[in-house]
Write a protein that binds this ligand. Structure first.
Ligand SMILES: Nc1nc2c(c(=O)[nH]1)N[C@H]1C(S)=C(S)[C@@H](COP(=O)(O)OP(=O)(O)OC[C@H]3O[C@@H](n4cnc5c(N)ncnc54)[C@H](O)[C@@H]3O)O[C@H]1N2
Ligand code: MOO
Ligand SMILES: [Mg+2]
Length: 437
């Protein structure tokens, strides 16, 4: 049963918990409106300077400009001989052109012998092409002979100017923008930064995100199962999601459904961490303390209902400019609530520009019949059929269902006006982090 906890809560209501009169009246915001409302409180955070060696996955906080051209010198693309192309023109008349070898140029060595008419230097891939030469002939295209202690190489084919020579600045010119602020550092970025000797980088500090779950039913993951109780999976799922988003999770102990305990925990967490995320207790049940906490002052509520499923009860508040996201306890809703609201906030704090999940268009892989007044974000798999992207909804996609989260590659967006959708219908999909990338 999807909302079992609220039902048991109601049974216990007989023990005398009065209902708060207006706690059921919530104004539902559209997802983009709610997202913007929360994101308005987020500014890119502080920056720090770290070693490039440790920078994988971090976000650049400043533009990086090329301090020199790259390549910085004319570079040979082959093992062979550096020549003046005009010396090889005679090959066009069928002659073998013989050139005297005047130097031997390994990588890292700069020849002081310029190439003049009738001469050549043996050169290796990656070495600086000597002055005077404008092409490199591959070793395989040459023959050699020795005469009076000198080596000559013979060429049978003319070579065009520039052949096998990478010009200075071919990849980047001095002063060109290498990487813009807001860029995530990955292997390619590390390669380019290392090339330019940028051994330290200014990056945004990872936002520290405090997490705690609420629920008297929660056991920690190392505890044996007890009647009526469940293990706390949301906290650890969220910690992983926070890490993926670029934040540093701080796992706090779960608390029972005690509003005063939650209040003090929220207050101290908001002082200590950049963002606070809770799960559970945001609906209208008797023990849904987070909904009540947010509505009862101490923090400014931004919203407590969003026109989405799962996660309709996703709640957000702000205190001294810091965001509190109170996500649903239902694992599916917690997962989606994080992706739509918390992840973009972490990414904005990190100075990233692409805050939201990538949006693609796909064909629905199976009929989807559930109708709702709210936009559904249905867990699904992505595949390609006859060259077209296909998104297939999970068999079990209820908010309370945990097990299909692990199989999801996207969230299929089913707006209410579709009234369900049949197989083949074009749908927007939000691609989950890590899926297909
Ligand atoms: N009368 C109504 N009942 C419900 C409504 C409603 O509008 N009216 N909304 C439903 C929707 S939608 C959702 S979603 C849930 C939201 O529930 P809460 O956010 O209040 O969460 P809880 O009541 O604390 O728990 C719900 C469910 O999730 C389990 N849970 C909680 N924390 C964790 C955790 N850390 N790890 C794993 N699972 C967790 C909990 O045991 C419950 O089964 O309310 C509906 N009801
Ligand atoms: O918040 Mo609930 O099912 O809409 O997931
Ligand atoms: Mg509840």
């Amino acid at each position: 049963m999807e909302n079992g906890k609220e039902q048991s809560g109601k049974e216990q209501n007989g023990k005398g918990q009065p209902d708060t009169p207006n706690k059921f009246q919530r104004k539902a915001l559209q997802v983009p409106v709610a997202q913007e409302k929360a994101l308005a409180y987020v500014q890119p955070g502080e920056t720090e300077i770290i070693s490039l060696k440790e920078s994988d996955g971090r976000i650049l906080a400043a533009d990086v400009i090329a301090p020199h051209p790259y390549p910085a010198f004319r570079r040979s693309g082959m093992d062979g001989y550096a020549v003046r192309s005009e010396d090889t023109l005679a090959c066009e008349e069928g002659e073998t052109v013989w050139l005297k070898v005047v130097d031997h140029i390994p990588c890292g060595y700069v020849s002081s012998v310029p190439i003049t008419e009738g001469t050549t230097s043996r050169i290796m891939t990656g070495a600086q092409v000597p002055d005077g030469a404008d092409a490199v002939v591959m070793l395989e295209a040459t023959e050699s002979r020795s005469e009076n202690g000198e080596t000559y190489i013979g060429l049978k084919r003319a070579i065009e100017p520039g052949k096998n020579v990478t010009p200075r600045g071919f990849e980047l010119q001095e002063g060109e923008l290498i990487l813009a602020k807001g860029r995530e550092i990955g292997p390619g970025e590390i390669s380019v930064l290392a090339t330019f000797g940028v051994h330290e980088v200014e990056v945004y500090r990872r936002p520290v995100v405090g997490i705690f779950s609420t629920g008297t039913e929660l056991l920690d993951i190392d505890e044996p199962l007890q009647p009526g109780k469940i293990r706390n999976s949301n906290t650890y799922m969220l910690a992983a999601q926070i890490r993926e988003a670029g934040g540093t999770p701080v796992v706090m102990e779960a608390i029972p459904d005690d509003i005063e305990l939650a209040r003090s925990k929220v207050a101290s967490a908001l002082q200590e961490y950049d963002i606070v995320v809770t799960t559970g207790g945001v609906s209208v049940g008797d023990y849904d303390i987070m909904g009540e906490l947010v509505a009862s002052g101490g923090v400014d509520m931004l919203f407590n209902k969003v026109t989405m499923r799962p996660g309709s009860v996703t709640t957000a508040a702000v205190k001294d400019g810091k965001l509190l996201f109170a996500l649903s306890g239902n694992p599916g809703a917690c997962f989606v609530g994080f992706l739509l609201f918390v992840r973009p906030a972490i990414r904005k704090k990190l100075g990233m520009t692409q805050l939201h999940l990538a949006e693609w268009t796909a064909e629905l892989g199976a009929d989807y019949s559930k109708v709702n007044n709210f936009t559904r974000f249905v867990r699904g798999r992505l595949g390609v059929r006859e060259g077209r992207l296909v998104a297939t909804p999970a068999q079990l996609d209820e908010s309370s269902v945990m097990v299909t989260i692990k199989d999801s590659e996207c969230l299929i967006v089913i707006p209410p006006e579709l009234k369900g959708a049949s197989k083949g219908h074009p749908v927007t999909v939000l691609v989950l982090p890590g899926a297909w990338s």
